[in-house]
Ligand binder design. Structure first.
Ligand code: SF4
Length: 338
């Protein structure tokens, strides 16, 4: 007897699946291995944060998904599956067609993301080029979206130029533009870095509300752990081009399994309870990504490193139902292999 294929009981495929991604940059000094064996999922309607120090590969990964890397970048292995299709195998025109439609991005600096010589109105109408609507309908949608992101008096302000808006207001305009196309996946690359702390909180709350309302998935790149804890469902921790740990926000913030994650949390100013004049830092520096690396990528800075760490690259171990980390200590504790 044939057993019926019960599709409803299957877990839905993630919206974005990155599998074993290796990416190099060719430079006069040699090949920089900017991403090594990166694998992660972004489920539908979830917010996934990517954290790590500068040089960890967070933004490179975001730009790789968007297909916006410089010409000297080369993917040497792996796949980026979006809605089941490998972006890396797609013809260039098909991939470009996804941008500003199914995939949308908010950049770090709103001033450079907007065109300074075109009005906000024209830019917001241009971005709707996939839509079969009249110009006046597109303008009405743009005004409505500006209103939703908190731009006061959008009817009269939509005719202004980027320099007529403050930094926080410009980032709100960028968020409005990114959501206007109703993307399935929104990539936000350090969207609050250029803003002060008060505006940062406002923008994070705005993103959270709008993500709930529109139901899109978000890949949120940030070095700010507080913002990630506030906004995200899952967290991916990157170090020197590798994913060293990933799990739910609760897992990562309450039960970190990797020494690097623990060090990052200990250095987070938002978690320091005692008065101090000097903020803690992780001693040492992120290693050069030129050439081949032996052993664990964090071994030169890890307070718990032992012999094996300098010889063998750690594999990925499962810590809990949804948490994994790459550290030999987890093998020593006999954690189940993934
Ligand atoms: Fe530290 Fe070794 Fe674990 Fe790497 S594998 S994080 S060096 S203990």
């Amino acid at each position: 007897m044939m057993i019926p294929d019960d599709q409803s009981s299957r877990p839905a495929s993630p919206l974005l699946e990155i599998r074993g991604l290796n990416l190099d940059f060719g430079t006069p000094r040699g090949r920089v291995h900017a991403l090594r064996n990166v694998s992660l999922d972004i489920p539908a309607a979830q917010v996934v944060g990517i954290v790590g120090e500068s040089g960890s590969g967070k933004s490179t990964l975001a730009y790789a998904v968007m297909g916006l890397l410089s010409e000297n970048a080369e993917v040497t292995a792996g796949n980026i599956l979006f809605e089941g299709r490998d972006l890396l195998d797609m013809p260039a025109h098909a991939r470009r067609g996804l941008l500003g439609d199914r995939l949308s991005m908010i950049f770090q600096d709103p001033m450079t993301a907007l065109n300074p010589v075109r009005s906000i109105e024209n830019q917001m109408i241009d971005i709707q080029h996939h839509e079969q609507r009249s110009r006046s309908e597109k303008r009405t949608r743009a005004i409505d979206m500006l209103h939703r992101v908190g731009i006061p008096d959008p009817q009269s302000r939509i005719g202004g130029y980027p320099h007529h808006y403050s930094g926080g207001m410009r980032q709100r305009v960028c968020i409005a533009m990114a959501l206007l196309v109703r993307p399935a996946l929104l990539i936000a690359d350090e969207p609050t870095t250029a803003l002060d702390a008060t505006l940062e909180v406002q923008i994070i709350h705005l993103l959270k509300d709008l993500q709930g309302e529109f139901g899109c998935s978000v890949l949120f790149v940030s070095h700010h752990l507080g913002a990630v804890a506030e906004l995200c469902d899952r967290v991916v921790v990157m170090y020197a081009g590798e994913v060293v740990e990933q799990g739910t926000v609760r897992d990562i913030f309450h039960n970190p399994g990797h020494p690097y994650t623990r060090a990052l949390l200990e250095c987070d100013p938002g978690r320091i309870r005692q008065k101090t004049r000097t903020l803690p830092t992780i001693s040492g520096e992120v290693p050069s990504l030129l050439g081949y690396k032996k052993g664990c990528i964090f071994s030169a800075r890890c307070p718990q490193a032992f012999d094996r760490c300098h010889r063998e690259i750690p594999i990925e171990y499962s810590i809990g139902l949804e948490q994994t980390a790459r550290c030999h200590l987890l093998d020593e504790k006999r954690v189940v292999l993934v």
